[in-house]
Ligand binder design. Structure first.
Ligand code: PGA
Length: 248
């Protein structure tokens, strides 16, 4: 399996920041891992142009469940693909919280992404209250079962485990906590996929991944890469994370 370093720029970045994408594409011309940057939708086409002829993939942060229609302000998966996106983040906790997205909706969006030829990066993870209430495994189990569409394969789907309390906080779970959740997710995948596909589907960890803690996180069993927010905004921070994944 080829590991994946994914960056989520969230609602950050204007054309001035495209230089970061150009720098990553130049630095990682011979990358030993897959690299995905998900800038805001306004930058997709330009970013995809800069990433051409490099191992860098460009992705989006959300899509609508329908391919077209009367949905003011929304963007469909075929539109993202047309703009040069190769992947789309779905069900990020900020969308689940800010926009009330349910796992059933996330599954519909993932199905739409697959139909458009996009990789669906499906996010899940527990809140602090759920962690403290010993609900973590129950929550991620329900989220995985309900968010994964029947169209999922190891090639078109990535799962990102992102504890809500670790996102943007500088806090990370212990090695044992990450290993426990990733082990459960891997086992759950065999409910839907044959053994080889379940073993090959990439499981990312996300939440306060930084250059300083990346190597330790990448050494954990069943961690096949990272989904990185803040530290993906500059090539200076994201490059050492990519390098740590290559060395893992
Ligand atoms: P963070 O965000 O790396 O800034 O914690 C991760 C994410 O939300 O994907």
């Amino acid at each position: 399996m080829r590991k994946l370093a994914a960056g989520n720029w969230k609602m950050n970045g204007t054309t001035a920041h495209l230089t970061e994408i150009a720098a990553l594409a130049a630095t990682h011309r011979a990358a030993q891992v897959d690299i995905l940057i998900c800038p805001p939708a306004t930058l997709l086409a330009q970013a995809a142009g800069l990433a051409q002829h490099s191992p860098l993939m460009i992705g989006a942060q959300d899509c609508h469940r329908s391919p077209s229609g009367a949905h003011t302000g929304d963007i469909s998966a075929p539109m993202l693909a047309d703009a040069g996106a190769r992947a789309v983040i779905l069900g990020h906790s900020e969308r689940r919280a800010d926009h009330g997205e349910t796992s059933a909706l996330v599954a519909d969006k993932a199905r739409a992404a697959h139909a458009a030829g996009l990789i669906a990066v499906i996010c899940l993870g527990e809140t602090l209250a759920e962690r403290e209430g010993a609900q973590t495994l129950a929550v991620v189990t329900e989220q995985l079962r309900a968010s994964l569409p029947a169209t999922a394969t190891a090639a078109n789907t990535v799962i990102a485990y992102e504890p809500v309390w670790a996102i943007g906080t500088g806090l990370t779970p212990s090695t044992a906590q990450i290993a426990e959740v990733h082990g459960v997710l891997r086992a759950l995948l065999t409910e839907r996929l044959d053994a080889a596909e379940a073993a090959a589907l990439r499981l990312l960890y996300g939440g306060s991944v930084k250059p300083a803690n990346a190597a330790g996180i990448f050494a954990i069993a069943d961690v096949d890469g990272a989904l990185v927010g803040g530290a993906s905004l500059t090539a200076q921070d994201f490059s050492p994370i990519i390098a740590a994944l290559e060395a893992a």
